[in-house]
Design a protein around this ligand. Structure first.
Ligand code: 7TS
Length: 404
């Protein structure tokens, strides 16, 4: 059992009023709030050891480098990567996917195939479209059913000897569906295709083991897992990171530069040009420690309770449609009320201090599938409570009365 009221004290932002009402923050899929230890880690870095990493002989630079590199070690351990140098720091999931899609240019030929899914965030669609435009490769899409689940039989038919990479999300940000990624990975490997998993919405909610999954790439952002914005990672199997050319050129990623030829640094630095977000990188490590302390399996159990309660209560509201009705879901509740625009509901509940996201959630193809302009999305974290959900449902009912 999690001591929720005690945990809430760790998050300074939760203890405030918004629009004169106690804040109820239900937009965790967009970004999670930060515990004080994470905020403090940023401040402490700037107050005590601020300096550039990987280059100075001076003491502060060494301390900053050690603290920054410790996060890489923590990520390796937390996600069970085989090697520390398989963890590449990026600005977040979007940059991680762009890195792989960009570097894959040299490996693809005309008529090779790239598979994504109907459930993807735009950041796991557009980089692959750009890759296909550059190379003449063909983009294929795994379809989904009415519940928002991927149709694996169709996926099996899409796979063939021309499939070079499969890129799918672990958890859908718009619908909450948890995809059967182990099966997706194993099927792709039968055709020697690489698999990239967009884990942005999975890592805050469940334990992920890279070696057990056997994925080739896995991407996530710190800011959705209680860490700062501006930092995330790409996990890549060593063999792939050796095979791919660098993404950005610049300082730090080189071994030797002459005007005739440049040789590249060893992993992971080959993919890390320029001065990184050092403070955020260090605080990301603090966020991982915090998550470990709370325990991700405790989080999953509690968030599941919240999701079930919210689902049961929203279904009592007349004319509600829930989008994303798979049995296997993370704590995302997407819905609409007949004849009411999601934006209008979002605006009214905001006046009552409740933060939800409305719109297409950067997943326009999902909205096209359901033939809707968008949804209201409430996404829950372990610091939310059933009382907050009750207040949210009351607020939705009030919005409905006002707008009907
Ligand atoms: N992939 C998924 C599945 C996501 O949910 C998001 C962000 C991204 C990639 C991009 O992550 P970034 O950190 O690089 O921006 N999703 C959302 C969301 O659902 N609401 O706001 C951002």
């Amino acid at each position: 059992m999690l001591a929720i009221q005690k945990i809430r004290l760790d998050f300074p932002i939760l203890n405030q009023k918004v629009n004169n009402k106690p804040l109820i923050y239900l937009d965790n899929a967009a970004t999670s709030q930060k515990p004080k230890v994470v905020i403090d880690a940023i401040e402490t870095y700037y107050k005590t050891i601020n300096s550039n990493v990987h280059r100075g002989v001076h003491t502060l630079s060494q301390l900053a480098t050690d603290a920054y590199e410790q996060t890489r070690n923590k990520l390796q351990n937390y996600f069970n990567a085989k090697h520390t140098h398989e963890i590449i720091f990026t600005r977040g999931t979007t940059e991680s996917i762009n890195l792989v899609a960009s570097s894959f240019t040299s490996l693809l030929n005309k008529n090779d195939e790239v598979i994504i899914s109907a459930l993807e965030h735009h950041s796991n669609i557009v980089p692959w479209q750009l890759l296909c435009e550059r190379t003449g490769a063909i983009l294929r899409v795994i379809p989904m059913n009415e519940k928002g689940e991927l149709v694996l039989d169709s996926y099996k038919k899409l796979l063939n000897k021309n499939t070079k990479i499969v890129a799918v999300s672990h958890v859908s940000n718009a619908l909450g569906t948890i995809n059967p990624i182990k099966e997706i990975i194993d099927l792709a490997h039968q055709y020697d295709a690489a698999v990239l998993i967009d884990g942005a919405q999975a890592v805050p909610h469940m334990q992920v083991d890279f070696q057990a999954l056997d994925c080739d790439f896995y991407c996530a952002s710190a800011h959705k897992m209680y860490g700062p914005t501006g930092i995330g990672f790409l996990y890549g199997k060593e063999k792939w990171l050796h095979k791919l050319p660098p993404y950005h050129g610049g300082g730090e990623m080189i071994k030797e530069v002459t005007f005739e030829k440049t040789t590249y640094a060893d992993l992971p630095h080959k993919f890390e040009a320029g001065t990184p977000n050092i403070a955020a990188g260090i605080a990301f490590g603090t966020a991982i420690e915090y998550l470990e302390k709370i325990g991700v399996s405790n989080i999953a159990t509690y968030e599941n309770e919240l999701l079930h309660y919210a689902t049961q209560e929203i279904l009592k509201v007349e004319d509600v449609t829930i989008y994303g009705t798979s049995e296997n879901k993370a704590s995302v509740l997407s819905f609409n009320i007949k004849n009411i625009h999601p934006f209008d509901i979002g605006s009214i509940v905001d006046k009552l201090g409740i933060a939800v996201r409305t719109g297409h959630h950067c997943t326009q193809p999902i909205m096209q599938f359901f033939k809707i302009p968008g949804t209201v999305r409430a996404s829950f974290s372990f610091y939310n409570t059933k009382e907050e959900i009750t207040l949210f449902i009351e607020a939705v009912k009030r919005a409905k009365r006002m707008l009907s």
